[in-house]
Design a protein around this ligand. Structure first.
Ligand code: FMN
Length: 177
């Protein structure tokens, strides 16, 4: 019984798939991750999907090898996906252009984080929706997979994406009342 209650709560994330997908391609979402030693990072993502696999809610993120976030997800195996409020344009810009390798973006921007319930990566308190995502498996995009025209357009430096297939194991909506 408890399992079905948990399942239905996480499936609630799918009710918000339209806003999640629209925000992804119109403005970007914020992906937060954490390293083994506890340092958290936030990056902007514009590619991804929310959907269903094996009767479980899943989020798929596409992260290039060069990203600092890539190394953190490799270490800990989870991340959160956060839907930014309207006034987060500067946050999306900053987190989409600066690397956590060189700057503590959370500190620099004064972002408020909260402990996630089911993953180690933190959630962003000011965001409208938090998805807690646990990586189940990953696939590498290789040169042979990419249509010829898109190779030179998206991979001029061979900086390919890892596709992280992650189960949504926690879901939170900001109380805006
Ligand atoms: C709107 C937008 C969408 C982006 N989407 C992605 C994405 O889906 N995957 C990716 O690897 N990088 C994406 N980026 C680039 C990263 O956010 C950027 O390289 C960032 O500095 C990486 O941070 P990190 O090195 O701290 O992980 C996007 C940038 C912007 C501005």
């Amino acid at each position: 019984m408890l399992i079905s209650i948990n399942m239905s709560k996480n499936f609630k994330a799918l009710e918000f798939s339209t806003i999640i997908n629209n925000t992804l391609h119109e403005r970007g979402l914020l992906l937060a991750s954490i390293g083994e030693e506890g340092s958290a990072n936030v990056m902007t993502i514009g590619w991804g999907h929310i959907g269903v696999l094996w009767r479980k809610p899943f989020f798929i993120a596409y992260i290039r090898h060069s990203r600092y976030s890539h190394s953190l997800i490799e270490q800990v195996g989870d991340f959160t996906v956060n839907v930014p409020p309207n006034d987060f344009e500067n946050v999306l810009e900053f987190c989409g252009t600066k690397s956590g390798r060189y700057v503590d973006k959370i500190k620099e921007l004064g972002l408020k984080t909260k402990r996630s319930t089911n993953v180690r990566s933190p959630s962003l308190s000011e965001c409208l929706i938090n998805l807690e995502c646990k990586v189940v498996f990953k696939k590498e995009i290789e040169e042979k997979d990419v249509p010829l025209n898109d190779r030179s357009k998206f991979y001029p430096n061979d900086d390919y994406h890892t596709c992280y297939f992650a189960e949504i194991v926690g879901f939170d909506l900001r109380d805006t009342r």
